[in-house]
Design a protein around this ligand. Sequence first.
Ligand SMILES: Cc1cc2nc3c(=O)[nH]c(=O)nc-3n(C[C@H](O)[C@H](O)[C@H](O)COP(=O)(O)OP(=O)(O)OC[C@H]3O[C@@H](n4cnc5c(N)ncnc54)[C@H](O)[C@@H]3O)c2cc1C
Length: 386
Amino acid sequence: MNTELSFHQKQMQNEFRFFASKEIIPFADQYDEQQQFPPNLIAKFAKSGYLGAMISKKYGGMEMDAITFGLLCEEMGKASVSLISLLTVHGMVSHAILRWGEDNQKDKWLVKLSSGEILAAFGLSEPDAGSDPSSLETTIKNEGNFFVLNGRKKWISCAQIADIFLIFARCDEQISAILVEKNTPGLFCKPISGMLGFRSAMLGELFFDNCRVPKENLIGRIGTGFKYVANSALDYGRYCVAWGCVGLGQACLDACLEYTCTRKQGGVLIRKHQLIQKMIADMVTEVKAARMLCLHAGCLKEIADPGSIMETNVAKYFASKMANKVASDAIQIHGANGCCNSYPVQRYFRDAKITEIIEGSSQIQQIIISQYGYQNYLFKSKITRK
Ligand SMILES: Cc1cc2nc3c(=O)[nH]c(=O)nc-3n(C[C@H](O)[C@H](O)[C@H](O)COP(=O)(O)OP(=O)(O)OC[C@H]3O[C@@H](n4cnc5c(N)ncnc54)[C@H](O)[C@@H]3O)c2cc1C
């Protein structure tokens, strides 16, 4: 694995850093407080091409390689991991259409998604179906040229601003994926506010009451919704969140380096204390380790290695745990100042917790990763016995 960034990747990294420092960092606390993703910022994301980051050029996207896209998520995550929700869910839906859509569906949606003319959200979770989406209850019924949707979706990032939703529902007991436009009669979105973190993600709850959707909006086939469409979109989402956590961890570390070089107690800068240095050393190491796991997953994605899916699980699991540990230590280092909204570390701490819940909670990742460990072990021991 080559961990050295190419000249082009470094150039793009500088561009992302500049964008984040100018357009996001100065306002991130304000957006968090107002629980907003302001339209002018969305327009700037769109203008920069970031909403079509990994979409092919044929459909107006930037066709970034996986590492460059990771760097984008890292830099945006450093500024506000809550704001990368849009890159995540919009990208998940675009990716699903690109991967599983018919040519006419790609032509119809992808150019608009890449340019930001329309925004997309991903609707899998329900009030009673989170970690186990196979228990979802929203239904699709066949009715002539239409599918009729009934049910509810909850915790949908960017639901308040999205123009289309990729909805997962049961059609004759088989989970299927379908695009539903915002203005479809029978669809109602109720904003969710008061979240612990990811407060700029503009979450919503969706209600479908005999919502008639044209049949041509089905993505993939009846029954391929979870196994194929959702799973590949979740892999994309996990990759994005893992890199976002690296950014969040780096933001915590940077904040602590600055704080410990100015804060004095007993006439001594707190950076002189070995116990503080220990926390900084752990932060430096853990952020680097998470970045390496993300790079590894990205390198495998670049060569379409099927192992990239497991490496993305590992990267997301480690990076979100790292973000929580590092953000917690960042509060510790800042003392009472860290508990107050004059310093961004309290936002990092609140946002970090969310990353252990979304795109497969830490417990679900533990199950997946341990199964992978056992599979490898059992496979090797079978070969050895032979
Ligand atoms: C800010 C935010 C944004 C979100 N955005 C979206 C979105 O855009 N689209 C979308 O579809 N969903 C979204 N979600 C929902 C998210 O995907 C779910 O919250 C997540 O899947 C967990 O489901 P749950 O909250 O129902 O928890 P539950 O599934 O009820 O889990 C509760 C606890 O039990 C643990 N648990 C569950 N099953 C097991 C098991 N088998 N073994 C061990 N432990 C287990 C979990 O890890 C967790 O700790 C979002 C959530 C948040 C907080």
